[in-house]
Every structure is written in structure tokens, then in C-alpha cells.
Design a protein around this ligand. Structure first.
Ligand code: FAD
Length: 328
């Protein structure tokens, strides 16, 4: 294989490692550049929407995730202040930590021959950009995320708590661990010195939900979170963007990881075949349209009467998608 036939992939999160697996499955040689070390914790709701299962199966990792005890999530419960509403998910979803997930996909890529590297060297061949979301944004109305693991009684519901322009998701993951992850406006978090224990205690139903649990790691923060995509800029792109680098939607949709692995798989195929970047982006756009709008978490939430109470609490475009009567 000549040097410029090698595909360089920047970032070995779910999108980059999926791209590496798919590119090697399509006969390409791959350099996988990652600046952090796995396993590592990552701020994430750790909710896997059902759409991810066939993708991870094709990539050869789903059986490993099941073997490591991914929790089955069958219900969604929404809390708006003191009001509560539950709904069954139409398909089973899963709770699985990023600590385990990212490492499993990465190790599978290495097993298939992807060459791990810490730094990117100048490269002539195809490049897949899978370095995650763009973090640049001016101060102002910015959102930040936080998460920690807890131990204690497990459950089969993903619960979402909305309060003071924050929302917090509670989901069981593997080994009976409960993941607690949320988003809040910078102004409120800064006023509270990013003390997340204090923040969650401001919401009575959430504090009650957490009361039988003990936090087993320190709170992690991330941000700012900027929701954006590169679909309109496709003609100017010189690499294949995948995952959050292509499109970062609000975590509330529960479809970020499915989108990352789907676009990673496609990026690997297109780059291995040296097919045009613009065609790749158009394909992603067509494929992502559905998971974004019919993610079963989303659909279950939309079916609850409490969806109407999201008004004023979440940005209008979330609400638009949430309340679409007939998802395309
Ligand atoms: C608060 C929050 C909660 C979320 N909850 C959920 C959820 O419950 N379910 C869901 O499906 N999605 C959720 N998401 C979305 C999900 O986390 C992302 O969609 C997913 O991580 C995207 O994967 P990725 O591989 O594109 O990016 P990432 O996971 O960010 O991976 C990018 C990788 O690139 C590496 N990297 C970056 N720059 C470089 C560089 N220059 N050189 C080398 N390596 C580099 C990073 O170290 C990282 O490992 C959530 C997101 C947030 C912020």
C-alpha cells in the first residue's frame, strides 16, 4: 500500500474508531490518531438509542457490549418540577458507560490493524476528522455539561428532570452503576461555583431519586456546548467529518452516539473507496434525518402530555423536533 493510500483518522472516540473499523473492513490501511488514553470517563448521558445496535453489530462490538452487561432501558420518565409522566420506549434502549464503550470500539479497531498514534503527521491521503465537537464560542448564553457515576439500586428507566433551565438525565449502566448527567446554563453554574451536588439538590424530585445512591467519582464538566452541523459547508471540506465533528445535536435527543457510529462507518467506507466528500456528506444528511427525528427516546417523550411543559424550558428548535406530529 503506498503511503498516500493510508487513511488518517483524527480522534478515536465512537466516530473515529467506528470509521477505523469500517475502513479496515473495506481493505484500507488506517492511522488512528488519539491524544487521550483509553479507558477514560467522558461527560455523556450514556444512553444508547436502539438505532446503534445494528451498527455496532456490523462493526463487531455489540456482542462484547452485551457480554459486559449493558443495562436494558425500557421506560422514560419526565419530571417537570413536581409533575411526573412515564412512557414505555417502543424499542429497548441501553445504558453503557463511555469508559467501557469507547475503549471497546478502539480496541476492536486496533485488533483489525488500525495503527494507533498520539500525534498527527502531515498526510497526503484521505483524512477523516472525528475529533468531536467544536468548543469555540463567545461567552454569554453558553451551556455546560456535567456527569458522575453513582452506586445503589438500579432501574430500567431513563429519567429526565427539568428545572431552572437545566436538565439532568439519570440512567443505569453496566454493573449496577447509575449515571447522572446534565446540562445547565453557564451563568447559573458559575454562580454555584460549578458545585453540582448543590445544583442537583435544588430539584426536589431529583434529590429524592438520588437519595438512595452514593456518588462514586468526582463530577466531570464539559463545555461550552454548541449545537451545529457542517452540512451546508460540504463543498469546502477537505476531509470527511464524522460524529460530532460533522453534526452535534443537543444530547436531549439521545441519538449522538448512534449518529457518531453511523457516520463513522460511512466515513470509513467512503474514504476507503476514495469517494467524493460531498457525496459522503449528502449520504450522512439523508441517513441522519431519521435517527434524529424518530429516536425512540424522543418519540416516547413526545407522546407524553408533559412535552407541552418543555415550552420555555428548552430552546425552541428542540421543542419543534420534539412535538413534530409525523416524523419524516
Ligand atoms: C452532556 C452530554 C450528554 C450526552 N449524552 C448522550 C447520550 O446519553 N446518548 C448519546 O447517544 N449521546 C450523548 N451525547 C452526545 C455524544 O457524547 C456524542 O455525540 C459522541 O461523543 C460523539 O462521538 P465522537 O466520536 O464524534 O466525538 P468524541 O466522543 O468527542 O470523540 C472525539 C475524540 O477525539 C479526540 N481528539 C480531539 N481532538 C484531537 C486531536 N487534535 N488529536 C487527536 N485526538 C483528538 C478526543 O480525545 C476524543 O477521544 C451527549 C453529549 C453531551 C455533551
Amino acid at each position: 500500500v503506498s503511503a498516500d493510500a493510508t487513511i488518517q483518522i483524527i480522534g478515536a472516540g465512537p466516530a473515529g474508531s467506528s470509521a477505523a473499523i469500517s475502513a479496515t473492513q473495506n481493505g484500507a490501511r488506517v492511522q488512528l490518531i488519539e491524544r487521550s488514553h483509553f479507558p477514560r470517563h467522558k461527560v455523556c448521558g450514556e444512553f444508547l438509542s436502539p438505532e446503534i445496535v445494528p451498527v455496532l453489530d456490523r462493526l463487531g462490538v455489540w456482542s462484547l457490549i452485551e457480554a459486559q452487561g449493558a443495562a436494558r432501558i425500557r421506560r422514560v420518565v419526565l419530571h417537570f418540577g413536581e409533575r411526573e409522566r412515564g412512557s414505555r420506549l417502543s424499542d429497548t434502549a441501553f445504558g453503557f458507560s463511555r469508559y467501557a464503550l469507547d475503549d471497546l470500539i478502539f480496541q476492536r479497531a486496533i485488533e483489525l490493524g488500525a495503527e494507533p498514534q498520539a500525534d498527527a503527521m502531515p498526510h497526503d491521503g484521505p483524512i477523516i476528522s472525528a475529533a468531536g465537537r467544536n468548543q469555540h464560542s463567545p461567552r454569554g448564553h453558553r451551556l455546560f455539561g456535567f456527569k458522575a457515576h453513582f452506586t445503589g439500586p438500579a432501574d430500567d428507566a431513563v429519567e429526565l428532570f427539568f428545572f431552572e433551565r437545566c436538565y439532568v438525565g439519570v440512567t443505569t449502566v453496566e454493573n449496577g452503576i447509575t449515571n447522572v448527567c446534565g446540562l445547565g446554563p453557564e451563568s447559573l453554574l458559575a454562580r454555584m461555583n460549578f458545585d453540582i451536588d448543590d445544583l442537583v439538590s435544588r430539584c426536589r424530585p431529583l434529590a429524592e431519586r438520588l437519595s438512595p445512591l452514593s456518588r462514586s467519582m468526582k463530577w466531570l464538566n464539559t463545555g461550552p456546548l454548541i449545537f451545529r452541523n457542517q452540512f451546508r459547508d460540504a463543498a469546502a471540506l477537505t476531509s470527511y467529518p464524522a460524529g460530532d465533528a460533522l453534526s452535534f445535536v443537543d444530547p436531549f435527543t439521545g441519538s449522538g452516539l448512534a449518529s457518531a457510529t453511523i457516520t463513522g462507518e460511512l466515513a470509513g467506507q467512503f474514504a476507503a473507496g476514495k469517494r467524493p466528500i460531498e457525496e459522503y456528506v449528502a449520504r450522512c444528511r439523508a441517513v441522519l434525518h431519521r435517527p434524529f427525528e424518530v429516536s425512540s427516546l424522543f418519540r416516547a417523550i413526545a407522546s407524553t402530555r408533559l412535552a407541552a411543559h418543555l415550552s420555555g424550558l428548552v430552546p425552541a428548535d428542540w421543542l419543534f423536533r420534539l412535538t413534530r406530529p409525523n416524523p419524516a
